[in-house]
Design a protein around this ligand. Structure first.
Ligand SMILES: Nc1ncnc2c1ncn2[C@@H]1O[C@H](COP(=O)(O)OP(=O)(O)OP(=O)(O)O)[C@@H](O)[C@H]1O
Ligand SMILES: [Mg+2]
Length: 278
């Protein structure tokens, strides 16, 4: 069987009556950047939290570097870096103390922790303020600290939930370049959740658009744009969402068949039925 950095089979998560992720099948190759797009409440964060082993799944399977997450939870956590969408920081620690603490959680040797922390603080322009308490940091500065924390153990797979949302344009540019560099130079696999379509278009080899927990369409940005007969990714995204909205509006006529997946013919015509995977 082919080897993938991340593979899921019919991955499903329910919170009570809310079906957050519905039979998600992903195959993400090593060294690629995958972008999961979708509206608020689509199931992006829930997916990432399951892939990291932070929350358990309701059903389905997850394989990280071909290892079943069920029996390799600790391994998965060790090789995964995660930038959460609403990060919890210990406000009474300084940035330096916080990053050292995170490094210790990964059992890294002290000398490695010290040099990585200094390297990352420098990279993100935080060195001068590194001894200030996090409670005094701005939102973007906190985001930078969280990015440092996600990278500290030099993870093989990096999950970034809205990586550039709170950053000023110059730092957002730096983070985008850093993501590219991590893929090219260090051969990392990167999984990004974002609403920022320009970020997805620039960075991602493969994109999945999810709505109501269902993967509606998947492919490279160009494939998605071509297949939707769109001008750009934003246009393609809006077209996918419109089809989805139409399905929702018509769903009362189709008892038990809510959220049918989209099929898009090569000519860009949208039909109902099975999901398109290009
Ligand atoms: N801990 C939880 N308890 C109950 N419901 C939850 C929980 N976490 C997520 N959900 C629900 O699951 C669905 C998917 O939420 P999720 O946070 O994955 O969406 P998202 O795509 O990340 O949205 P956003 O773009 O707003 O971050 C939503 O309906 C949400 O209310
Ligand atoms: Mg989210």
């Amino acid at each position: 069987m082919e080897s993938y950095a991340i593979r899921t089979h019919e991955l499903t998560k329910s919170f009570g009556s809310v079906l957050a992720v519905n039979k998600l099948n992903l195959k993400i190759p090593y060294g690629k950047t995958y972008g999961l797009l979708g509206p608020n409440g689509a199931g992006k964060t829930t997916t990432v939290r399951m892939l990291n082993g932070i929350i358990s799944r309701t059903s389905g399977e997850i394989y990280i570097t071909d290892k079943d997450i069920k029996s390799h939870e600790k391994y998965v956590k060790m090789i995964s870096g995660f930038l959460p969408e609403s990060p919890g920081l210990y406000q009474k620690l300084s940035a330096r103390e916080f990053l050292i603490f995170i490094g210790e959680l990964y059992y890294l040797p002290k000398s490695v922790i010290i040099s990585r922390v200094e390297e990352l603080l420098e990279l993100f322009g935080l060195s001068e303020r590194a001894n200030d308490l996090l409670e005094g940091y701005s939102r973007g500065m906190k985001q930078k600290v969280c990015l440092c924390a996600a990278l500290i153990q030099d993870p093989q797979i990096i999950y970034l939930d809205e990586p550039t949302s709170n950053l000023d344009p110059a730092i957002a540019r730096m983070v985008k370049d850093l993501i590219k560099e991590l893929v090219v130079r260090a051969d990392k696999t990167i999984f990004i959740c974002t609403h920022q379509l320009d970020v997805a278009e620039e960075l991602c080899d493969q994109i999945g658009i999810i709505n109501n927990g269902i993967l509606k369409i998947e492919g490279s940005p160009t494939e998605i744009i071509d297949n939707m007969g769109a001008k750009n990714l934003e246009d393609a995204y809006l077209k996918v969402m419109d089809v989805t909205k139409m399905e929702d509006l018509l769903s009362w006529r189709e008892s038990g068949e809510l959220n049918k997946k989209i099929v898009i013919s090569r000519k860009g015509k949208v039909k109902k039925g099975k999901k398109m995977v290009v």
